[in-house]
Design a protein around this ligand. Structure first.
Ligand SMILES: Cc1cc2nc3c(=O)[nH]c(=O)nc-3n(C[C@H](O)[C@H](O)[C@H](O)COP(=O)(O)OP(=O)(O)OC[C@H]3O[C@@H](n4cnc5c(N)ncnc54)[C@H](O)[C@@H]3O)c2cc1C
Length: 428
């Protein structure tokens, strides 16, 4: 690959073939660039966080992790081995800085501002997905937009959610409070043990890993080279330290006019090799996929206080959750998985979840404010970063890809990129 810049054809190397890297490649290729994607594993393989998640997209779930009251819940969760949160005790300056920046953002003003940005990203991404699926049957086969139920176990949780409905509606989210009769009519025969529920009519889902595999195939048809099993091991800096010259990988060296780091939870480790600090923590989560039991919900359901998502997949049912700040470790904790299963049983006591087909763990890349890092990385003139999409990366990736393509082409970006600056925590 040989790179050129400035209005002519660009050659771009995208590091990371998860949903974010693939959408970057999609829009870069659409704008005429010659694009190669490389991934350390097989594209769509279990190492990628995009491969085994619950696939909720659409306008639900744009609330940042850092919000008022979350610190007191976190204190309670940290002492329970089955809770949805764990922080592995360790001496780490990066973890300490991350927690400090997270704590600073647990206030109403920051949470509202981040919600606005995330909602805008999710809305634009849903439009992109809907359009792409109209044009590409292989993508459409993995996408559904049946709406989404948000269920509440506690009266206080439900009341708080009901208070936030007018704000969501004012922002254009089609959310409505369900009566018991509404819920029964939506999900006849399903036994819910909850205090109340909402319906987001825009709730949509992507089936994983099928969506990622289909998107990689679409890219190949568009002329993108997608290379699996090629791990980036280092960079050769050129131009007096102001540009990436070569990218070293286990499959040989690459030279590219532009490099995009979209390596999810591994992005910080790669960026560090270039002297760039990204305040990113890997946050492990699990999904469990079972044969669909009788009387299972037809619609996706978010079990709100339990922080568990439940996703019907035809003959299978997938549920997942948990956020473990334990570094780049993908080992499975049986106790956490049992905790997720117990949460599902507490909201839906009638479900038989014994026919387990698969337990999967994945690493989300989390920033303290839940906004991704999307931007150029000084002093390297040909480096762009796209990572940090946290717990909603499937729902943020499409617009991220378009923003990256606009940035690299030197066009006016469709959203204000200031919110995504890589140095916003003073670490860039
Ligand atoms: C349990 C769970 C449930 C989730 N549910 C949802 C949901 O319902 N909705 C939603 O929107 N999001 C969800 N997410 C989050 C979502 O999965 C992620 O935000 C998203 O997949 C991130 O995509 P990515 O492309 O940034 O990272 P990844 O998919 O992890 O891709 C990064 C890729 O980079 C590659 N890589 C790493 N290092 C190198 C290297 N040195 N060289 C080459 N390649 C490298 C990796 O192999 C990997 O394939 C969930 C996550 C979890 C864990």
């Amino acid at each position: 690959m040989a790179g050129q810049a400035g209005g002519r054809q660009l050659d771009v190397l995208v590091v990371g073939g998860g949903v974010v890297g693939l959408f970057c490649a999609y829009y870069l290729r659409s704008s005429g660039a010659d694009v190669t994607v490389i991934d350390a594993g097989p594209v769509g393989g279990p190492q990628s966080c995009s491969s085994g998640n619950t696939g909720f997209v659409g306008t639900q779930g744009a609330t940042p992790l850092a919000e008022p009251g979350v610190l007191s819940s976190a204190m309670r969760w940290l002492i329970s081995p089955r809770s949805p949160l764990r922080i592995k005790p360790r001496l780490s300056g990066e973890l300490a800085s991350w927690l400090w920046q997270f704590g600073r953002r647990c206030n109403e003003a920051d949470a509202r501002a981040c919600y606005g940005v995330l909602l805008e990203m999710k809305r634009r991404s849903l439009e992109i997905l809907t359009q792409a699926c109209r044009e590409r049957p292989s993508l459409a086969a993995t996408f559904a937009a049946p709406g989404m139920i948000v269920a509440f176990k506690t009266a206080s949780g439900f009341e708080r959610a009901c208070r936030s409905v007018p704000l969501a509606i004012a922002r254009g989210v089609p959310l409505r409070v369900l009566s018991d009769a509404d819920l029964r009519a939506l999900e006849p025969g399903v036994e819910f043990d909850v205090c109340g529920a909402l319906l987001n009519a825009e709730g949509a889902t992507l089936r994983t890993p099928e969506f990622v595999v289909a998107l990689a195939e679409v890219l190949r048809e568009m002329g993108v080279e997608v290379i699996g099993q090629a791990r980036v091991t280092g960079f050769e800096v050129a131009g007096g330290g102001r540009a990436i010259g070569r990218v070293r990988t286990t499959a040989g060296d690459f030279a590219a006019g532009e490099v995009v780091i979209a390596a999810g939870a591994w992005s910080a480790r790669l960026a560090r090799q270039l002297g760039i600090g990204l305040l990113l923590q890997p946050a492990k989560g699990y999904t469990v996929t079972v044969d669909t039991p009788p009387a299972a919900p037809r619609l996706p359901v978010l079990l709100s206080e339990g922080k568990v998502a439940l996703m019907p997949l035809g003959g299978r049912l997938r549920f997942g959750g948990t956020l473990e700040l334990a570094g780049l470790d993908t080992s499975v904790s049986r106790r956490r998985v049992d905790g997720i299963t117990a949460t599902v049983r507490s909201y839906l006591p009638g479900l038989d979840l014994t026919a387990t087909r698969q337990v999967w763990s994945g690493l989300r890349a989390c920033t303290p404010d839940s906004l991704p890092f999307i931007g150029r990385c000084a002093p390297h003139q040909n480096l762009t970063v796209a990572c940090g999409h946290g717990y909603i990366g499937m729902g943020l990736a499409p617009v991220t890809g378009r923003l990256v393509a606009q940035l690299i082409a030197g066009e006016q970006a469709e959203m204000d990129l200031a919110s995504f600056r890589v140095d916003r925590f003073g670490s860039g």
